[in-house]
Design a binder for this molecule. Structure first.
Ligand SMILES: C[S@@+](CC[C@H](N)C(=O)[O-])C[C@H]1O[C@@H](n2cnc3c(N)ncnc32)[C@H](O)[C@@H]1O
Length: 296
């Protein structure tokens, strides 16, 4: 892994990334607007807690607060159990900003569980439209269903237990927007998932890339002409990100890149118009999203 990063980033940046991955992770909270909770309400709740939770407002997303330490105190205070907020990294929130869900739209979340992005997309629909949340893992989908009820967004979510490839092959319906948050190496989230650094093997990467291509082909079948396909990962590895999109565009001339400018701060937009968060530069998890539009 170290050799791989040195190849892509150069030695200096690779060392910075490893130092970041070894530092204490910070977390973000998203105020649940569907329960009428604003970010100001959430800040007030945190300030009222007996045990301190040092925090600051997100510079990038209106509903988000960054928590430096004390997540345990937030849990103990019951704020999560009551569905007043969710633990969600801003990088995941910014992927939803790239999808840009609008009230009234039909959206498919292709690899949805446990539902972080589904719930945020659903809350942005303001009660109008639907998010179809597909996942192959029944247990994780059950968690999504329970959290959707807790967050009071279940009226705009339909869960579907299926392999995306089979579902897409059999579907005749086309949707306004399709998010494929693909299974990936997780190399963007090593500060939070210390286990991954010991478990990831290069063979896994090859298998993952094949799966990502298959899932992208399947997801594309669900997009209506004029509709949008967003491919995202929580990886910073170009082979899972830019290279998968480039290969997809060669197989699918009906799609082209719709640059993420205007949807996320320009600091996160690459020269090709993709969204990319860099742990070292942005102090967030590493994530990637490509917004692709279907012409015909
Ligand atoms: C990166 S996680 C998704 C995280 C989720 N989008 C969120 O924000 O909470 C990838 C998901 O893909 C699902 N998955 C893997 N292969 C799949 C397939 N063939 N069809 C549908 N879902 C699949 C996994 O079960 C896993 O829940």
């Amino acid at each position: 892994m170290v050799r791989r990063w040195t190849k892509y980033l150069g030695q200096e940046e690779a060392i910075k990334l490893m130092v970041w991955n070894n530092s204490d992770p910070s977390f973000s909270l998203r105020a649940n607007s569907r329960k009428g909770v604003t970010r100001a309400d959430l800040v007030m709740q945190l300030n009222l807690l007996k045990l301190q939770v040092p925090h600051e407002l997100s510079l990038h997303l209106d509903e988000f607060i960054r928590v430096k330490t004390g997540l345990q105190n937030v849990i103990q205070a019951g704020l999560l159990k009551e569905g007043l907020c969710a633990v969600q990294d801003e990088s995941a929130g910014l992927v939803v900003a790239v999808v840009d869900p609008q009230p009234g739209q039909s959206i498919v979340d292709c690899c949805a569980a446990p539902g972080g992005k589904t719930l945020y997309m659903a809350s942005r629909l303001s009660g109008q439209g639907l998010v179809y949340a597909i996942d192959i893992n029944k247990g994780r989908l059950r968690i999504l269903n329970e959290t959707a009820k807790l967050h009071q967004v279940n009226s705009v979510i339909r869960t579907i237990h299926a392999d995306l490839r089979t579902f897409a092959d059999n579907s005749t319906v086309k949707y306004d927007k399709v998010l494929l948050d693909a299974p990936c190496s997780g190399l963007g989230v090593l500060s939070k998932r210390a286990d991954l650094r010991w478990n990831r093997r290069l063979e896994d990467m090859e298998e993952l890339k094949i799966l990502q291509d298959e899932l992208l082909d399947a997801a594309s079948l669900l997009v209506k002409p004029g509709g949008v396909l967003v491919y995202s990962t929580c990886s910073i590895d170009p082979e899972e990100n830019e290279e998968r999109v480039e290969a997809f565009l060669l197989r699918h001339p009906e799609f082209s890149i719709d640059p993420a400018d205007g949807l996320v701060p320009s600091d996160f937009v690459t020269k090709h118009g993709f969204f990319s968060s860099d742990p070292v530069k942005h102090s967030l998890d590493g994530a990637f999203a490509a917004r692709l539009v279907r012409a015909f």
